[in-house]
Design a protein around this ligand. Structure first.
Ligand code: LIP
Length: 281
């Protein structure tokens, strides 16, 4: 089985690179923007085209595998993780960046078997950085090994986060409460690339000590979660327990010490889970 997953990972790297080319080409065209859950939750035809490109190409090689894809779920497909080999795809992580040509955009492909991530591929397509990780085999960027930062003092740290796509005032208040507490620790700085996948790769690379967010989706973080843990980092829930990729809450950090310190400052809340059954009409 091990070799089969290696060939799946090789395929993921090749298709992520191809998808990245499509994204780069689309950046020079006018982008037709549509909205999903809110007026700031954006999608373009390129998101949909790239997701179909990835799914079709994987289906040809691995016809029995299952998929959880951001745009397929938006179109009504279920978002339930089973024990089956499952590809978890975000065709464009950083769609708002893509719409505005803000230069951090990723193709994110995670692969799970028995609900455990087997490999993760994040292609930061404008930087041409291919981040990869395979369970038990380390994390890499363009083939170079990745290692999280050794910093254990939160006051000497940079923390990444995002504002997400909810503009519900209560949610925004919670986001600002967390941000205020973390800034006032004080930390050296707070940053956000506009894509969860790249933020997690920045943790894995040692460029930031941690990333946290409430409101992300499983496709934003599936691949990145393995890249962080294989680079020596840890993943916890925003209340400090085990991370649950369907819960839409995550803290990814270089160490348990930094993760738990951030947890202490987060104003936690619980968005509706990715695998929640659809609300009855
Ligand atoms: C986005 C994330 C971003 C987060 C948004 C959204 P999309 O993904 O990567 O960091 O703040 O809530 O989930 O929609 O660009 O794939």
């Amino acid at each position: 089985m091990a070799d089969l997953w290696q060939s799946a990972m090789d395929h993921a790297v090749a298709i992520a690179r191809k998808a990245g080319e499509v994204v780069r080409e689309a950046l020079v065209d006018e982008r037709k923007v549509m909205t999903k859950s809110s007026s700031v939750d954006l999608v373009t035809q390129t998101d949909q085209k790239v997701e179909q490109l990835i799914i079709q190409s994987v289906k040809e090689k691995f016809p029995t595998h299952k998929f959880i894809g951001e745009e397929s779920v938006a179109a009504g497909e279920s978002c339930v993780l089973t024990d089956s080999p499952t590809w978890i795809i975000d065709p464009i992580d950083g769609t708002t960046n893509f719409v505005h040509a803000f230069p951090f955009i990723a193709v994110s492909i995670g692969f799970s078997v028995k609900k455990q991530m087997e490999f993760g591929v994040v292609y930061s397509c404008l930087e041409d950085k291919m981040y990869t990780a395979r369970k038990g085999k380390g994390a890499f960027c363009n083939g170079e090994p990745l290692q999280v930062s050794a910093q254990q003092d939160i006051k000497q740290s940079i923390i990444a986060t995002e504002f997400g796509s909810s503009r519900d005032p209560e949610t925004v208040d919670n986001i600002f409460r967390s941000l205020r507490s973390i800034l006032c620790i004080p930390v050296h700085g707070v940053r956000g690339a506009g894509t969860a996948a790249i933020n997690m790769c920045l943790v894995a690379s040692g460029s930031v000590e941690a990333y946290y967010e409430i409101g992300i989706h499983v496709w934003d973080v599936a691949a990145g979660s393995l890249i962080v843990s294989e680079a020596g980092g840890v993943l916890v829930d925003v209340e400090g327990g085990d991370v649950d990729l369907m819960s839409r809450r995550i803290v990814a950090a270089n160490s348990r010490t930094i993760a738990q310190r951030i947890v202490k400052e987060i104003a936690s809340f619980s968005p509706s889970r990715d695998d929640a059954p659809p609300a009855k009409q």
